[in-house]
Design a protein around this ligand. Structure first.
Ligand code: NAI
Length: 304
């Protein structure tokens, strides 16, 4: 009879530490702070923390303008109230000492993530829940850096970019994670305004597992000369109801990231090889340093 969120069995997540103040980390900090959690944002330098605060400030100001159209005082109070829930630190170990939940959103590198979590395991409370926001690394491999007890409290919590706007969270369930922890993460996802879905620890989870092969087939359609970038994007927007075409989306995500994910899956050998076949057009653009919007050019030119 104790399936409600108010039972003692489940953990009331109040203190949250987010490691990594980049694009994703800052967004997760924002939604958790907006939901009333006490959040500590961690990065390796003051400059990176300042960057995270800048991203949050800009995003909150937008929310505030929507909420309180012509009342600048209320807008400011709203932003200040959310920031009152946010502390910053360059010392990850001390930042997790009181944490109920730790979410990692640092560089996408297995060894770097493993060494971070090995250290955090010793610094965090025994019952703290650990999560990674990784898009492409197996959660089980990252969790391997921690003892068996922690592995039962270690899951994936995969948010989408931009975090404040995107409604989905994939809660990634390893074979080791306990039912209670899984339920806590479902509840936490709802608390921060998201809709959680559950997926086993398989490459790409749900969204990327379907989206990335679809995008690569679009690139290969271009490679074969079957259709143009513009026509493929127009076709998928008007014919399949996609908000962005596959090439627009790839430029938005970053072509290096697209290639990194696909190459990783191809090497991992867990996916049908035809689905992860490389694209000549993509490889050439990446080699030339044309990485999409962030570099001013990708499949499209953004320089003007
Ligand atoms: P980012 O490059 O914007 O931010 C990463 C931040 O982590 C930087 O501020 C960096 O200084 C910091 N960092 C690096 N090593 C650190 C360490 N050892 N300790 C503390 N901070 C450290 O990267 P982004 O895009 O936010 O990605 C972060 C994670 O989120 C990756 O695992 C990525 O796969 C995942 N992800 C990314 C999505 C995206 O659309 N960019 C979507 C969903 C997940």
């Amino acid at each position: 009879a104790c399936f409600s969120t108010s039972t003692a069995m489940l953990k009331d997540i109040k203190n949250v530490t987010i490691i990594g103040a980049g694009l994703m980390g800052s967004g997760i900090v924002q939604v958790a702070a907006q939901a009333g959690c006490k959040v500590t944002m961690v990065d390796t330098s003051d400059a990176a923390l300042a960057n995270g605060e800048k991203i949050i400030n800009k995003s909150l100001a937008r929310v505030a303008r929507k909420k309180f159209a012509d009342d600048e005082q209320q807008q400011k109070a709203f932003v200040d109230n959310v920031f009152a829930n946010i502390a910053v630190s360059t010392d990850a170990n001390s930042a997790v000492s009181q944490a109920d939940l730790v979410v990692e959103a640092i560089v996408e590198n297995l060894d770097v993530k493993k060494s971070l979590f090995a250290a955090l395991d010793k610094a965090a409370p025994k019952d703290a829940i650990f999560c990674s926001n990784t898009s492409s690394l197996p959660i089980t491999d990252i969790a391997q850096a921690t003892p068996v007890d922690r592995q039962a409290r270690f899951a994936g919590l995969h948010f989408f970019n931009p975090v404040p706007a995107m409604k989905l969270v994939e809660v990634v369930r390893t074979d080791a994670v306990s039912d209670d922890v899984f339920q806590d993460l479902y509840d936490f996802s709802k608390k921060v305004g998201k809709t959680p879905v559950s997926c086993k620890d398989t490459p790409g989870f749900i969204v990327n597992r379907l989206l990335v092969p679809y995008m690569f087939e679009a690139f290969r359609l271009l490679d074969r000369g079957d259709a143009s970038v513009q026509d493929i994007d127009t076709a998928m927007k008007l014919g399949a109801g996609m908000p962005m075409g596959p090439f627009e989306l790839a430029d938005f995500v970053g072509l290096d990231t697209m290639k990194f994910i696909n190459d990783g899956w191809a090497q991992g050998g867990k996916i049908e090889p035809a689905l992860v076949q490389a694209s000549k057009a993509l490889d050439e653009l990446v080699q030339q340093g044309h990485l999409g919007r962030k570099s001013g050019k990708g499949f499209y030119d953004y320089s003007k």
